[in-house]
Design a protein around this ligand. Structure first.
Ligand code: ADP
Length: 416
C-alpha cells in the first residue's frame, strides 16, 4: 500500500468528520481506532483516531508520533494533523506541542495551520477565528468545561503553546491572490525562521487555494475543511466508487445515549412513527438491576429488518435530576456501560446494521464490539457516514449528538 495522505485526528468524531470529507471528494478511506496493529486494506488515506485533545501533553505527543511513524511507513507523503474547528486546546497544548513534534518527525521546515471550514461556519480572518458571526472568544466555546477558548487570535494562541516553533500568518489578501502567492509567503516565513503558519480562509475557494499551495508540505494542521480540496489534487473526483461498502444484510437496530436536542427529537420521531423502543433508566441501572439483560430480552425476539431502538436519551430536566442523584460522571459511565453491553448483545444475536447516537456512547460501543478499523462509506447526513467494520461483518453509523435530521433513524437504513 502507498497512501496518498496520512491523517491523525485528536478525537474520534473529528476523525470521522475528516474521513467523510475525504470520501466525498473521491478518496477511499479507512479510519482506525488508535495506531493500527493489524494490516489495513488498500486505500488512499488512513485516519488514525486518537483521544489526545485533552490528554496530558506527553501522552498526546507520544501517541501522535507513533501514528505519524506508522503512516509514513505506509508511504504517506503528507501528514494531516486534524484538530477541532474551534481550535480546542489549553494554554499547555496540545496543538502546539504535537505540531512541533510532527515537524521534527517529518523533517518539515514549515506547516500550514488552519481550522477554517466556512461551510460549517468557521472562518479565519487576520488570524482571528470566527464561529458563525462572532469571534471564537465571544462564542459558547468561551465556557467550554475542558478547553475554554478566551482568545480568538490563533497566532497568539498557538505561539503560547509552542516551545521552539515561531508562528506566522498568511493573510487573506495573500490567499486571494492564489496558490503561487501563498507559496511565496511560505518562503518569506521560512526566511524569518517561522515554522508554523496560521492561514486565513473565509470561503471554500480559499481552502482550495491553501490545499493546493500546501500539497508539497510534509505537514498540515487543520480542521476537516482543508480536506475538501485534497482528493482533486491527486486526480480523484467525487463518485460512488470511493464510498462503496460491501452489501448490507441482517437485522437492524439503534442504540442511543445522546441527550442532545437533535437526538431527543430523533428518538421522539422514531417512537411517534410506531418504531419499537425500549427506554434505559439510569436510576434502575444504579440500583443494581441488569437493565442490559432486560433490554436484550425485549429486543432479541423481534430482531429483523424493522429497526428497533434502545435508548437512554432523555430531556434536559430528567438528565439533571439523574445527575443530581448519581453525579454526572457516574451516571454517564453507568449508561455507557449498559448501552455498550446492549450493542454487543445485539450484534452477537445477529444485528448487522447498527446506528449509535452520541459521541461518548459511540466510543464505548466501538470498544465493546472490539472494532479497530472502519471503512468509510456513503454519507447519511452531513458529517455522518455509514461505515463497515470488516472485523465484525457489521455496518455501523456513529452519530455525534447534534448531527442529523429529525428522521435520521429511519432514513439511515434507506441509505444502505
Ligand atoms: P453527545 O454526542 O450528544 O454529547 P454522548 O454520548 O457523547 O452524546 O454523551 C452523552 C452522555 O450522557 C453519555 O455519557 C451518556 O451515557 C449520558 N447519558 C445518556 N442518557 C442519560 C440519562 N438518561 N441520564 C444521565 N446520563 C445519561
Amino acid at each position: 500500500m502507498s497512501l496518498l495522505l496520512g491523517c491523525i485526528a485528536d478525537d474520534f468524531t473529528g476523525a470521522t468528520d475528516l474521513a467523510n470529507n475525504l470520501v466525498r471528494g473521491g478518496m477511499r478511506v479507512v479510519q482506525t481506532i488508535g495506531v493500527p496493529r493489524a494490516p489495513v486494506p488498500d486505500v488512499d488515506a488512513v485516519v488514525v483516531a486518537l483521544k489526545s485533545r485533552t490528554a496530558p501533553v506527553a501522552a498526546a505527543v507520544a501517541e501522535s508520533l507513533a501514528a505519524a511513524r506508522w503512516l509514513r511507513a505506509q508511504g504517506a507523503p503528507q501528514i494531516y494533523f486534524k484538530v477541532c474547528s474551534t481550535f480546542d486546546s489549553t494554554p499547555q497544548g496540545n496543538i502546539g506541542p504535537v505540531a512541533e513534534a510532527l515537524l521534527d518527525e517529518t523533517g518539515a521546515d514549515l506547516a500550514l495551520v488552519t481550522p477554517a471550514f466556512p461551510e460549517a461556519g468557521r472562518t479565519v480572518f487576520k488570524g482571528h477565528l470566527f464561529v458563525g458571526d462572532v469571534l471564537l472568544s465571544d462564542s459558547p466555546m468561551r465556557q467550554h468545561p475542558l478547553t475554554p477558548m478566551t482568545d480568538a487570535n490563533l497566532v497568539r494562541v498557538l505561539q503560547a503553546q509552542c516551545r521552539r516553533a515561531q508562528v506566522g500568518l498568511i493573510d487573506q489578501r495573500t490567499v486571494a491572490r492564489g496558490a503561487g502567492a501563498v507559496r511565496e509567503r511560505f518562503a518569506a516565513l521560512r526566511a524569518e525562521g517561522r515554522t508554523l503558519a496560521i492561514a486565513d480562509a473565509v470561503s471554500d475557494a480559499d481552502l482550495l487555494v491553501l490545499a493546493q499551495a500546501a500539497q508539497s508540505l510534509e505537514l498540515v494542521v487543520a480542521g476537516s475543511g482543508l480536506a475538501i480540496g485534497m482528493p482533486a489534487l491527486h486526480g480523484l473526483a467525487p463518485g460512488s466508487a470511493a464510498s462503496s461498502l460491501p452489501p448490507a444484510s441482517g437485522a437492524r437496530a439503534i442504540v442511543s445515549g445522546s441527550c442532545s436536542a437533535a437526538t431527543n427529537a430523533q428518538v421522539a420521531a422514531f417512537i411517534a412513527a410506531g418504531g419499537p423502543a425500549y427506554a434505559v433508566d439510569a436510576l434502575r441501572v444504579a440500583a443494581g438491576q441488569d437493565v442490559a439483560a432486560a433490554a436484550l430480552a425485549w429486543a432479541l425476539p423481534q430482531l429483523g429488518a424493522r429497526p428497533l431502538l434502545v435508548y437512554a436519551t432523555a430531556a434536559p430536566d430528567t438528565v439533571r435530576a439523574v445527575q443530581a442523584q448519581l453525579g454526572s460522571e457516574r451516571a454517564g459511565a453507568l449508561v455507557e456501560q449498559t448501552l455498550s453491553s446492549v450493542a454487543a448483545g445485539l450484534v452477537a444475536a445477529g444485528v448487522r446494521q447498527l446506528v449509535v447516537a452520541g459521541g461518548e456512547t459511540s466510543g464505548a460501543c466501538v470498544q465493546a464490539l472490539g472494532i479497530t478499523q472502519l471503512r468509510i462509506g456513503p454519507q447519511i447526513d452531513p458529517g455522518v457516514p455509514w461505515c463497515h467494520a470488516a472485523e465484525r461483518g457489521l455496518h455501523l453509523a456513529l452519530k455525534s449528538g447534534n448531527f442529523g435530521g429529525v428522521d435520521f433513524f429511519s432514513r439511515a437504513f434507506e441509505r444502505l
